[in-house]
Design a binder for this molecule. Structure first.
Ligand code: OAD
Length: 235
């Protein structure tokens, strides 16, 4: 176990955290869907070109995730959030699994697959829809009848300003920064690792496959095995 400093902890989570729950990661063989890459489907241009195809992908993922349960990694992070003051959980995941383990309330950098918003910009705020499969694809805005879209961040779009601001503040102020289950290639989220390190935090990666992220220490293994032991040493 690397040396663990006292003080605030920030945790950046990626798709690998939910792998043990059965949610496919994005990069790697299991992440492919009908031979489309996420970068080709999760964009405003893809939605403008073929909203039904994009929604079929999200609907498939919603159905899959609806059958998944939080795993020991999620539970360990919830324990950390509840037991160690000054802990900030930051998630790139849209699956909603971490939020299901109280008291974890992660900052959602990429939105939620369980929320929708009007793509036509009629002014209606986001709404929640937790049905595993939607009856109509693409779904429509209940107010204006225009196309609805998933309330997630697509490539080329900005992150939710409030969540990003709080995540960057946590990364800048923490003593320990954990990068869990992320390939650390998608910006700006991956930049939080460098931000934390340059601000003086000890940085630790938890991942079975070491990434190119510049961190101080690597705990090589699955999050669902490493996090329970790591959190036990932190609380
Ligand atoms: P990726 O699919 O890019 O990376 C998943 C990482 O999880 C890889 O580094 C794997 O080695 C690791 N991994 C696999 N199993 C694991 C386990 N059991 N425990 C720990 N780690 C494990 O997913 P992200 O880095 O989250 O963006 O991808 C970032 C963003 O790219 C996503 O949020 C999404 C995607 O396109 C948007 O939707 C905007």
């Amino acid at each position: 176990m690397p040396p663990l400093p006292a003080g605030p902890v920030a945790v950046l989570c990626g798709a690998g955290l939910a792998a043990a729950s059965g949610v496919p990661t994005f990069r790697g063989p299991a992440g492919l869907w009908r031979r489309h890459r996420p970068e080709e489907l999760a964009t405003p241009a893809a939605f403008a070109r073929d909203p039904r195809l994009v929604w079929e992908w999200y609907d498939w993922r919603r159905g899959l995730i609806a059958g998944c349960r939080p795993n020991a990694g999620h539970r360990a992070l919830a324990r950390l959030a509840g037991s160690r003051p000054g802990t900030t959980l930051i998630s790139q995941n849209v699956d909603g699994l971490q939020e299901r383990v109280p008291p974890a309330r992660p900052l959602l950098l990429h939105g939620s697959i369980w929320r929708l918003r009007c793509a036509g910009g009629c002014g209606r705020g986001e709404w929640e829809d937790r049905r595993p499969r939607l009856p109509e694809l693409p779904p429509r805005c209940p107010d204006c009848g225009g196309l609805a879209r998933p309330a997630v961040v697509w490539f080329g779009e900005g992150l939710p300003a409030g969540s990003w601001r709080r995540a960057a503040a946590a990364a800048s102020a923490c003593a320990l920064f954990l990068a869990v289950g992320t390939s650390a290639v998608v910006q700006p989220a991956a930049g939080l690792i460098d931000l934390a390190r340059s601000a003086g935090a000890v940085t630790i990666e938890v991942n079975p496959e070491p990434t190119a992220a510049a961190v101080d220490h690597r705990l090589v293994g699955p999050a669902e095995e490493i996090l329970p032991a790591l959190v036990a040493a932190l609380v």
